[in-house]
Write a protein that binds this ligand. Structure first.
Ligand code: CP
Length: 308
């Protein structure tokens, strides 16, 4: 199979293992392309892509834009903070206006879970979810899986602990679906108040002790505390969180094994990760960012070829 089973990438939950494998294999080819002196290919020369971001982003937005330009697509960028959304324009009106300018694909980040799914039912373009609230962030999970595969040769059989604010994390949910499809074992670890009640129904291990989680895993994917999504207090203070769940060099030195540290960014240095871990030889955080461009190239390329 050299085609995706879907014309949209809305999440990892509803795509197949074959889709994930195809994206990772295609991304490996594009990674080779973007390391050449001439990094551009003409694959999407007649395609116009709109990146519409209703929430802040550094990595995802830049990474999609670079991926699109490397594929020779025409690119328009929309940010809600300086748009007519501020004058009351609805999501569908905004997108339909963008589409009437002959846009073929829409990459969207939105604070409301389900916003890209809603869009996919109401507009004709291919939709890519670049993060919808606390729901899914499919391209982050794909680039995380790609990075694990690159490091270990395979994702199957690897033990991955996702540590931190699981409750508010779209990265956690997409990672769980993606890693399980690829045959990894997944654990979540964090304070009980930051673990969703339904989490065990997803078939993951649950651990409250970060030392035990680190001892168990091959890879620790460490997540940020998302204070901007927290309407109530889930723990007494950031200082206390850092004391019990922050990962520092001393903790890693106590392990009698190798470990890989990942983080989707942005990092709150000194909270979930100390700088001596974030910048250490254990961390592959900047490799993840680099792999994001190749993975997003693969997603856009394959969606452009998907049957409508
Ligand atoms: N990992 C991630 O989604 O980062 P941004 O919010 O900067 O895009």
């Amino acid at each position: 199979m050299s085609q995706l089973s879907t014309k949209h990438l809305l999440g990892i939950k509803n795509i197949t293992e074959n889709d994930v494998q195809l994206i990772l294999e295609t991304a490996a080819n594009f990674k080779e392309v973007i390391n050449r002196p001439i990094k551009k290919v003409p694959s999407l020369r007649d395609i116009t892509i709109a990146n519409i971001f209703f929430e802040n982003s550094t990595r995802t937005r830049l990474s999609f834009e670079l991926a699109e330009k490397r594929l020779s697509a025409d690119v328009v960028n929309f940010s809600s903070s300086n748009s007519s959304v501020k004058k009351g324009e609805t999501l569908v009106d905004t997108v339909n206006n963008i589409l009437s300018m002959k846009v073929d694909m829409v990459v969207m980040r939105h604070s409301s879970p389900g916003a890209p799914h809603f869009l996919s039912r109401n507009v004709k373009a291919n939709i890519v979810n670049a993060g919808d609230g606390t729901h899914e962030h499919p391209t982050q999970a794909l680039l995380d899986a790609f990075s694990i595969k690159e490091k270990f040769g395979d994702v199957a059989g690897k033990k991955v602990a996702i540590i931190g604010d699981i409750l508010h994390s779209r990265v956690a949910l997409s990672n769980i679906f993606c890693l399980q499809k690829l045959g990894a074992e997944v654990m979540v670890c964090g304070p009980i108040t930051l673990l969703p009640k339904y989490i065990q129904s997803l078939g993951v291990k649950v651990e409250l002790d970060v030392k035990k989680a680190l001892q168990w895993c091959d890879v620790a994917n460490v997540l940020r505390i998302q204070l901007e999504r927290q309407q109530i207090k889930y723990f007494p203070s950031l200082r206390e969180y850092s004391l019990y769940y922050g990962i520092n060099k001393k903790l890693l030195d106590q392990l009698d094994k190798e470990i890989v540290i990942m983080h989707p960014g942005p990092i709150n240095r000194g909270v979930e990760l100390s700088s001596d871990v974030a910048d250490s030889e254990h961390a592959i955080i900047l490799e993840q960012v680099q792999n994001g461009v190749a993975v997003r190239m693969a997603v856009l390329y394959l969606l452009a070829g998907a049957k409508n």
